[in-house]
Design a protein around this ligand. Structure first.
Ligand code: CU
Length: 154
């Protein structure tokens, strides 16, 4: 074997070695990526934020939300308010035109009857789940469609 042949063989062996090393590292990177994807898509179940009672939900969502609600003949705008169980809900009700109030029986909410341009702020804790109708108690207005919906969800 000449010296030259020996060098060529060494050279080829190096190329094959580097190639194998490269393929191996690619494979392990792909495997890592696959494992990451799997663990990212797994739902995280944390017992401490998995409440079992309404009281616990109320404690978790114990923050405040504000809404501005307009009343006119014969509508509320918005006529759907969605909150989370436990939230402190603050509603500023404004009469746009005419005499109107804002009543939400289940939470003991009732503003004064307000004339055009007047506002009143009411506040309560959304401590019951479900859908509750709010309405204007000026005679005839509720029947004319002056109603809306408060949705309290988990
Ligand atoms: Cu009204």
């Amino acid at each position: 074997m000449s010296n030259n042949n020996f060098l060529v063989i060494i050279f080829l062996a190096l190329i094959v070695g580097v190639g194998v090393f490269y393929i191996k590292s690619q494979t392990s990177q792909n495997l890592d990526r696959t494992l990451n994807t799997v663990s990212n898509s797994m739902p995280v179940i944390d017992e401490s934020t998995n409440p079992s009672s309404v009281d616990e939900m109320i404690a978790i969502n114990n923050n405040a939300v504000n809404f501005n609600v307009e009343g006119g003949s014969f509508y509320f705008k918005p006529n759907e308010i969605k909150v989370k169980l436990g939230q402190t809900v603050k509603i500023e009700f404004t009469s746009k035109s005419g005499l109107h109030d804002f009543v939400l029986d289940e939470f003991n909410i009732k503003t004064k009857v307000l004339s055009s341009g007047k506002s009143e702020i009411v506040e309560f804790t959304a401590d019951k789940l479900g859908q509750f109708e709010f309405y204007c108690s000026v005679p005839g207005h509720r029947q004319s469609g002056m109603i809306g919906k408060l949705i309290v969800e988990e």
